[in-house]
Structures are given as C-alpha cells and as structure tokens.
Design a protein around this ligand. Structure first.
Ligand code: ASP
Length: 422
C-alpha cells in the first residue's frame, strides 16, 4: 500500500458540472493510494456567503441571496444526478440550516457570525462531490472538518491546536488503510464547538493540516495555472513556470503577496518534509511545480509580485528629534496594537516611513495613535512591487515607467512603492 496523499481542489475546480467530472477523473486515477480530498466551496460561493453575512449583520433580508446560491448549486446537481437522488434532500437540509443560522446566529459579533455562515460553502460542495463520486463508482467517506480541525476562537483566522487535531484526525482516518476521504477545506471548530474559518483561500492550509496530521507523502494543489509562475498571468502576458522550488522560496513568494499558495501552507509541510505539487487541473499529466527541500530554484527566473491598494505614511517627530530606535519601537508597537502589518519601511534622519494595505479608517487610526508625537503625511492609491532574483533589466522592465515613492533592495529582493498605473 502506498503512503497517503492529499489533493486539494479550489472553487474554480468545482464551479460547474464539467469541472466536477474532471475532479472525479483525477481522483479515480489516484485511487491506488489512500487519498484525502480537501475541497473549497464551489465557484464564487464564499463571496456570495460574505455578502449574505453582511446583510444579516445589518439586519437586511438575506433570503433572495440565499435563494440565488441555492439555485446555483441545484443547477449543477440537476446536470449530474437523477431527479430522485438523495443529494437533493441533503442539499435542502444544508440550505435550511443556513437559513436558520441567519436567524439564530444574528446576535453574534461580526467575525463569529461570518464564520458560522461563510463555512456553509464547503459543506455544500463536499456533500455534492461525495455523492457524485459514489454515483461514478468511486467509494469514499465524507467527513466533517468542524469535528476534525480543532482551533482557538480567533474567528476568520483561527490558530490550529496541532496536537489535538492530529489525534482527532487520526481517529477518523487510518493513513495506512486504503480509502478516499472527502473533507471541507477552510473550516474547523474551536474547543467549545464554535465553527471557525482559517482565512480566505484557507483550503490550501487545510490540506497542509491534514497532510501533517497523517504524515502524508505529498500534497497536490490543483490549480487553473500550469504550476507556480513567476508572475500573476493577470498582470503579465509573458510568464515562466517554475519546475522546482525550495520551500523557503515558496514561503517568501507567499509572504510578498503571490496568490498561488496560502502563506500558512508551507511551514507544516516543510516541518515534515512533505512535498507540495502545484499542478494544472486541466492537464493532470503535466508535471506542474514541485516544492520541496531541494535547494534549487529552477528555472532561475525573476518573480514579480504586485500588492495593490497600498498606503504610505511618513512620520516626522514634532520635537524635531532624530529618528531613534526608541521612535521605531514606539511606532511598531502602535502598529502591532492596531493589527496593522507594514509591508515596507524606511528611516532617515528626521522621517520614518512605512506602507501597508489600505483599509477604511486607517488614516484616522494612525493619526489617533501617533499624531500627538508626529507630523503625519500619507499617500494613497499606491502599488508595491516585489522582485525576487532580479537583475537591472528586470527593474527597468517592471518599475522604470512608474512614479517611485520608495525603493529598497537586498541581494535577492527588490521592492518599490509606486503610484498605481492600472
Ligand atoms: N472557500 C474559501 C475561499 O474562497 C477557502 C478556499 O477556497 O480556499 O476563500
């Protein structure tokens, strides 16, 4: 018996009946080894559930949006199941639970409400995939990640209790027995049983959690791109696919904002030396990208990553003192308290500058926290470019025509903050 593998399919891979058939065919061809299938919500379901949450929170009627989401799932089911199939009853029951949760959970704070409603997307999708595989002769067990992934109550970005999660997952899944287990990505529950989510795009992280708990051989993330590319195809027409990448490089790319892998995914895999494959969903035999402990990045192409909607703050001490370690300590402390992450910072004799993701009220928050001690200027509508393994030509290519506000480079990383050109 081969060692267990984990496959993760994103929302785009289960957005309609055609993709659902492709998922089944990929799973069928892997069935020689024990397999955990981690699934996201179908298509844009999570976005739709976020909208529903907003409506419930401000006490608007969410029912038209729920009906719309129900119709979407129903139309997929109608294309792949006969009318009397049990999936229709189960889907109805999940949607009834969602409708009642909109009433019974209404009193919760926004983040707890968000997790209890947005988590339904993965329940719908796994219910459908489970039955679809069965109806295609692929035996599988549907498990509930809210019983298996145990976390704290940091809603929308919960922290995993690794020891407990490992015990619970291993009770439900025997990694050395043949079988296919279908589980929800993105969701889990706290020790008191509250449903949580792991953060947007968190199903990649779920795949790593299951792989780590079960000491899997490898994780494959099935994507709508050929593998890890050196740039977002939406930003650049000429992209290069990496064949091999060290864990550390993947971590760095995720940190700087590359969207291909959720940032928390790499560490649990690296800790156990579990290989991560990023493969194209539409071409399962293509090699994709292998992320492993192999230190070689191949090919040695420059990666370009854009973070949009940045805001730059420049602070000058009101008492005209030079910027010292004590100033930096105070500013960083204030940012930590506000939950603001700086993406780039720079200090000079009389000024300290940092940029971060824009959010509503950020200018007010920073001014309230630091305005007494500092004159504060800000520039909005900026983009942060990060180049890894750059050459002078790469800088010319990506950054030359833009209005630069700040730049920084180390031996392997170049960063530039500039006025939005798009
Ligand atoms: N469904 C969640 C999202 O869209 C989690 C995931 O897809 O990874 O963010």
């Amino acid at each position: 018996m081969q060692q267990l593998k984990v496959y993760k399919f994103g929302g785009a891979s289960v957005r309609d009946d055609v993709s659902l058939r492709q998922v089944a065919s990929i799973i069928r061809s892997a069935a020689t080894s024990p397999l955990v299938v981690v699934l996201s919500a179908m298509g844009k379901t999570t976005n739709a559930l976020e909208k529903i949450t907003d409506k419930v929170f401000v006490k608007e009627d969410p029912l038209p949006d729920i009906d719309h989401l129900y119709a979407y799932h129903l139309s997929i089911c109608r294309n792949v199941f006969p009318p009397e199939h049990t999936v229709f009853r189960e889907l109805d029951s999940h949607f009834s639970s969602l409708r009642s949760a909109c009433i019974t959970k209404q009193h919760l704070g926004y983040n707890a409400l968000y997790d209890s409603l947005v988590s339904f997307g993965e329940k719908f999708s796994t219910c459908i995939l489970h039955h679809f595989l069965l109806s295609n002769g692929i035996e599988n067990n549907l498990l509930d990640s809210t019983e298996l992934v145990k976390t704290d109550e940091c809603f929308r970005a919960a922290n995993v209790d690794w020891i407990l999660t490992r015990v619970v997952i291993r009770k439900a899944i025997n990694p050395s027995a043949p079988g296919i287990w279908v589980v929800q990505g993105f969701i889990g529950s706290s020790l008191t049983g509250q449903t949580i989510t792991l953060g947007r795009e968190g199903s990649d992280y779920s795949a790593a959690i299951y792989a780590s708990a079960l000491d899997a051989r490898e994780v494959t993330i099935w994507k709508d791109v050929p593998g890890v590319l050196n740039a977002d195809p939406a930003e650049s027409t000429a992209t290069v696919k990496f064949d091999r990448m060290p864990y550390q490089e993947a971590l760095e790319l995720a940190f700087y904002g590359a969207k291909v892998i959720h940032p928390k995914t790499i560490k649990p895999l690296e800790n156990k030396n579990i290989e991560l494959l990023v493969k194209p969903f539409s071409d399962p035999l293509a090699p994709g990208t292998l992320i492993s402990s192999d230190p070689e990045l191949y090919p040695q192409a420059c990666s370009a990553i854009w973070k949009r909607e940045q805001i730059l703050f420049t602070l000058r001490p009101r008492d005209l003192s030079f910027i010292s370690e004590a100033h930096v300590h105070g500013i960083m402390g204030a940012l930590a308290l506000l939950g603001i992450h700086q993406n780039l910072m720079q200090s000079s004799a009389l000024h300290f500058s940092f940029c971060c993701d824009y959010r509503t009220d950020i200018v007010k928050e920073i001014t309230e926290a630091l305005g007494e001690a500092y004159h504060i200027l800000h520039n909005q509508g900026l983009s942060l470019l990060t180049l890894r393994h750059f050459s002078e030509e790469d800088i010319q290519l990506h950054a030359a025509s833009s209005a630069l506000l700040m730049q920084q480079m180390s031996r392997v990383t170049y960063q530039a903050l500039m006025k939005e050109m798009h």
